[in-house]
Ligand binder design. Structure first.
Ligand code: HEM
Length: 417
């Protein structure tokens, strides 16, 4: 979108006409000028379908702090499009799309499974994996003259790491990526028949596979201190247990939640840092700068741009009275560039301090895997730029074209050493 940032008439017109279900094609390429117009002229935007689209940091923060008013329960929202399908069963059993008490129960078990200690155990395997991928890319580059930093690198990492987390045998991991992409693809603002069918089929195949894996793990439990699936099966000692459906669907959710989002963190980070054209290696010289680079990537090109809530009662959001049972879309991609919260909001500053972005949301649903996501980002990006500091893009990277999840489907590059 190349209208000038200071063209207020055009920005105002866009904010007035904004409809999440009828987006202009350049929104998919660069939504940020649109977000900026909304923050300026319609921060609590009423959509043609009666829902509201929120873009300001302070309004998202308010919503996250009041989960009793802004429910995450998606049974009503998903019913018209998903009916009684398996896709509906899956999404309505995921902890992210539920309120307390179901959410609290599942979160407690999953939160413990993703504890700092459990994540620490994954670190050595993660480093080995990243180095293997870098070696393979080096070889491939010598053979074919380019690599694809999504398929050869960024997307290979989360699948393996979550596969390790749940103890999915190596030879079974092939279909995980496609299942995950199809199931999450069905959460786009407009659900086509094709993406519904693909998503549904993927849930069916995923559940069938997990039933076998879970039965095997029940018969041969691992060490619950190390094996997350055994831990989720056994629940807490003398405490909470997951039902079979909760277990299966939350395992799928874990695999999905950590997959496309983390791929996008790594892919978006590589493109942003190449675009910077500065001495990238220096940024990864110590753990503090590495951490701030990853936080700024998360802020500037948030992997997960949209979230949803529904109001349980009439509520004031700033000066707007929003009725009960209203769909609310939270735009983290916009809030993370809110000029009232971030200085030089449209500038990528790899060493930005006090970067309290909302890429992992906030409140009771704050991403349970953020420690793991950060670790993957830090290790993958650090090792990549140390090995290939002069990497160059071969062509314009291809975006996935999704609105909810922002990232690339392909980044062809030349590994100049
Ligand atoms: C860069 C990578 C990631 C990003 C940007 C991200 C983002 C998010 C966001 C925004 C939410 C909240 C959704 C909402 O409330 O509407 C969330 C929830 C969640 N994420 Fe992540 N995520 C990432 C990686 C991961 C990883 C690696 C895992 C685990 C393996 C994970 C597991 C979860 C879980 C379990 C929830 C549900 C939390 C709850 O409802 O209590 N995420 N994530």
């Amino acid at each position: 979108m190349d209208y000038p940032q200071d063209n207020s008439a055009l920005q105002r017109q866009f904010a007035e006409q904004f409809d999440l279900k009828r987006l202009p094609s350049d929104f998919f390429v660069n939504p940020y000028p649109y977000y900026e117009a909304l923050i300026k002229y319609a921060p609590i935007k009423k959509l043609p379908d009666g829902g509201y689209f929120l873009t300001r940091y302070k309004d998202l923060d308010f919503v996250y702090r009041h989960p009793e008013v802004f429910s995450s329960d998606k049974r009503v929202l998903f019913k018209p499009n998903m009916g009684d399908s398996l896709l509906y069963e899956h999404h309505t059993h995921s902890l992210v799309f539920n309120d307390p008490p179901l959410h609290t129960r599942v979160r407690k078990l999953i939160g413990a499974a993703l504890s700092p200690k459990a994540i620490q155990l994954l670190e050595p395997g993660l480093k080995v994996l990243v180095n293997q991928l870098l070696d393979s890319m080096s070889l491939k580059y010598k053979e074919v003259g380019y690599v694809d930093l999504i398929s050869d690198f960024a997307s290979a990492i989360p699948v393996e790491i979550i596969g390790n987390l749940l103890g999915v045998p190596q030879q079974d991991r092939g279909p995980l990526r496609e299942w995950s992409l199809s199931i999450l693809g069905a959460l786009e603002p407009v659900l086509t028949e094709e993406s519904f069918n693909r998503g549904n089929q993927s849930v069916a195949e995923f559940v069938a596979y997990l039933k076998i894996l879970v039965a095997d793990r029940r018969a041969n439990p691992g060490d619950p201190g190390k094996d997350v699936l055994t831990r989720l099966i056994q629940g807490e000692e003398n405490g909470e247990r997951l039902s079979e459906l909760e277990l299966l669907h939350n395992c799928i959710f874990l695999l999905n939640a950590g997959h496309e989002t983390t791929t996008n963190l790594i892919g978006n980070g590589i493109v942003l840092l190449i675009d910077q054209g500065q001495e990238i290696q220096k940024l990864f010289e110590n753990p503090d700068t590495t951490k701030s680079v990853v936080e700024e990537i998360l802020r500037f090109e948030s992997s997960n741009q949209l979230g949803n809530r529904i109001t349980t009662r009439e509520v004031m959001i700033d000066d707007v009275l929003v009725p009960a049972h209203t769909q609310i879309t939270l735009c983290m991609g916009a809030a993370n560039r809110d000029p009232d919260k971030f200085d030089r909001h449209n500038e990528f500053d790899a060493l930005r301090s006090n970067n309290r972005h909302l890429a992992f949301a906030g409140g009771i649903h704050t991403c349970a895997g953020m420690g793991l996501a950060r670790l993957e980002g830090e290790i993958a990006l650090g090792a990549f730029f140390n090995r290939f500091p002069k990497v160059k893009l071969l062509e314009q990277p291809k975006l996935t074209g999704r609105v909810r999840f922002r990232g690339y489907s392909s980044i062809k590059a030349v590994l100049v050493s």
